[in-house]
Design a protein around this ligand. Structure first.
Ligand SMILES: [Zn+2]
Length: 86
């Protein structure tokens, strides 16, 4: 099964669920996975988050172009999945 690397409280953990948000370390911003500015960034500069809270903890600001705040509903669903499957 594929595992995804997710940033959580300062550590990179492996999860069976991909992140909802992608951050660009060098720019200090995070957005949706399909954000154009995120896709332009080098792979090594990208980090992934399950939750908005984690991205903010990592010191990132939300992207103004793709508006990641619209993922609130997905985040709720993911939270439930993680609770049942770890
Ligand atoms: Zn964006």
């Amino acid at each position: 099964m594929k595992r995804y690397k997710i940033w959580k409280r300062g550590k990179i953990v492996e999860s069976r669920y991909p992140g909802l948000y992608a951050g660009i370390v060098t720019m200090g911003i995070f957005g949706t996975l399909t954000c154009k500015s995120g896709m332009r960034a080098l792979k090594k500069n990208r980090i992934f988050f399950h939750f908005w809270r984690d991205a903010v903890l990592a010191g990132m600001r939300p992207c103004k172009l793709c508006k990641p705040e619209k993922l609130g509903r997905e985040e709720k669903l993911l939270k439930q999945k993680l609770k049942t499957n770890g």
